[in-house]
Design a protein. Sequence first.
Length: 433
Amino acid sequence: MKKIISFLICLVLIFSLSVSVFAAEAVKVNSKTSANIVKLGDTITVTVSLNGNAEFKSMALTPVYDENVFEVVSGEWVLTGAMIASFDNKNAAIGYSSAVNKSGDVFKYVLKVKDNASLKDTTIKTEAVIKNGSTVIASTANTTTVKVICKTHSFGAWSKADNNNHKHTCTACGTAELSAHTWNGGTITKAATCKETGVKTYTCTVCNATKTEAIATTTKHTFGNWTQTKEPTCTAKGTESRTCSICQKVETKDIAAKGHSMGKWTTAKEATCEEKGSQTRTCSKCSHKETKDIKALGHKFSNPTVTKEPTCSEEGIESGKCTRCDKETTNTLPKKEHTFGEAVVVTPATETAVGKQTKTCTICNTVVEEEIPMLDKNDAETNVEPDDTVNMDNSDDVSENENSSWIIWVILGAVIIGGVIIIIVAKKKKSNK
């Protein structure tokens, strides 16, 4: 019997522990601060919240903090409908007449950083005990770390923080501020060459940090003098090269072929009346030889006999003995030129179309056609004006001739009348004597 009772007691204890563990796991208390960094004299709000859905009738909260750093300003329950809700600057309590199921924000309290507080990292802890009647369903605490800093910082000199920023640190509280580097225009600390990249160094004007960037290799080489690597000939190009003293790049260019230096033409074979001759000349540099023909001289007659007269349609023939080779032979006489008569207009030219005219050889009756250029309107008018001008000039000449004759007759008449008067006057003088 005793063994049975002991077994039942063990089962009850195990069950009660399981219920307590389940309830504790079902409700969680969290607290969060309005800031993680606060200055001397600043206030900070701590919000306490519940996570879970366990029913409870009462809750007690106790803020725990360094009283040399913080002092309580106020506190209030966010929950409503409670039978009792109190806060005495040290402890907060709330109670309901019946069990409730609450979650979310439940309580807020405000702490102020004392003006003479130590500059350091400090903690704010909120302890909570939650009951359902006399049963404790949760007993937990939540801690948050807060850094207390100066109200007015006393920063030291700026120093490099990383490749993008510099920082300065408050000598009192250790607060560090970051700011982006301010780079100057940069200075070339290593000049680029045709072989290696250069370096440009930039310096931050605030903290003297430096950064570098590569300068691309240049295309400007430092070449030596040109050196002939292949001598040109009369017909083939030569080459010459030069080398960069920095990167050993070799540059090559052609040298033009020299061309032949030919001597004078020398007769290798004399031309005859019927056979060609030849001349040669040789390059003085490469022995290249050139040959050209000398035309056959043709026969030369002293007193040739024309056996057929040339016309404008057929060649002529002369025969005789050549004075150079004593050969009896004949020569061909070239055709004569055509003797064309007057041109005959087939189609007159106009201002919009060319004309056509023909000419006929008076010897062989060969007919050729010629084009008459189109007439230009101005040319047509000009062609008329000279005739008119000639007529006007002729009429002027006639008028001048007529005027000259009339003047002569007047002068002759005046001379005759004057002579008659002189004779009459002379006779009267004579009779009076």
